[in-house]
Design a protein around this ligand. Structure first.
Ligand code: GTP
Ligand code: MG
Length: 294
């Protein structure tokens, strides 16, 4: 066991670049929710790949932003914590990005003196010529060996990236048991599946004003009984969430239940309640209770 390798490989990038899609592609399971909206991920989440010779401890993180309210400050605190414990960094960008906004982060990463990769994601959205152009632009700032083009969505170049990660893992004992897939509980994963449906189905402020807490998770041989509270931050949001005759909330329940059944490989009975917690996004106590880094 003397040459077992293990390390924290932390993914960073602006909102919506595909960080959660990437961790799912690397792990091979949907452990982190993905939507087309920015700021989908709110908390750092670990995903593990363990074999006989190595353990990769990946971290998905929220997208980098200028915090405007307490929840966003907590999201940034998670990014900071992932910065501090990284053994390796995967900094994700998109093929159509301008370089300028990334350069300050790149400088910060270089100063850590740990292995890092500049990943160019969503290459399926650009022509080969465009990609070559983008790589040339990046080469002015990053050595070519650090640049990896990929498509997290289409799982293109994921194996090559895994090989690079393995090569640069430090020699270290495993940090977690070999049967652990993520640091998050089944309750948390279930709550995220509900939040995902809220992100997919509602517009404007609603997704950003909701938090989901699983209050009960009872697993029996053939079925899991799950109760969850959805908190809104203003009274007026409750009827919007529920929809006419309860239609919208019912859809959220059905879709998230189906996803849970796939993930847990069991029948699920799901009950949702909508509750009001005025202005929770700005209250450190509420955020702490919701599990944020406050
Ligand atoms: N075309 C294309 N779309 C992608 C690719 N990777 C991710 N996406 C899409 O980009 C959107 C955002 O993906 P996420 O994985 O949620 O992005 P994120 O960086 O985790 O976003 P936040 O959690 O909000 O910071 C989703 O609609 C994904 O399907 C890719 O390789 N190609
Ligand atoms: Mg995400």
């Amino acid at each position: 066991m003397g040459d077992f390798k293990s390390g924290f490989v932390n993914i960073f990038g602006y909102p919506n670049v595909g960080k959660s899609t990437l961790i799912n592609a690397l792990i091979g399971e949907e452990i982190s929710i993905v939507t087309q909206k920015v700021q989908t991920t709110r908390q750092r989440l670990l995903g593990l790949i363990t074999t006989k010779s190595f353990q990769i401890v990946l971290s998905d993180t929220p997208g980098i932003l200028e915090p405007k309210y307490e929840l966003q400050k907590a999201m940034m605190a998670d990014i900071e914590s992932a910065f501090e414990d990284a053994d390796m960094i995967l900094y994700l960008t998109e093929i159509n990005d301008h370089l300028e906004k990334h350069l300050p982060y790149l400088e910060k990463i270089k100063k850590l003196h740990i292995p890092y990769y500049l990943l160019i994601n969503k290459i399926d959205l650009g022509e080969q010529k465009k990609l070559e152009q983008k790589i040339t632009e990046w080469e002015a700032h990053v050595e070519k060996k650090h640049i990896v083009p990929l498509s997290a969505l289409h799982k293109f170049n994921i194996i090559a990236l895994l090989d690079e990660i393995k090569k640069n893992l430090p020699v270290h004992a495993a940090y977690y048991d070999d049967d652990i897939l993520t640091d998050k509980s089944e309750r948390y994963i279930a709550s995220e599946m509900i939040r995902k449906q809220i992100f997919l189905k509602y517009e404007q402020e609603i997704p950003y004003s909701c938090e989901v807490v699983v209050t009960s998770f009872k697993e029996e041989e053939k079925i899991i009984y799950i109760n969850a509270d959805i908190y809104v931050s203003r009274r007026t949001q409750k009827p919007i969430l529920i929809g006419k005759g309860g239609k919208m909330l019912k859809e959220v329940g059905t879709e998230s239940r189906l996803e849970m059944e796939m993930f847990f490989n069991k029948k699920v009975y799901l009950e949702l309640y909508v509750r009001i917690k005025e202005n929770w996004r700005d209250k450190p106590n509420d955020l702490r209770r919701f599990g944020y880094n406050k």
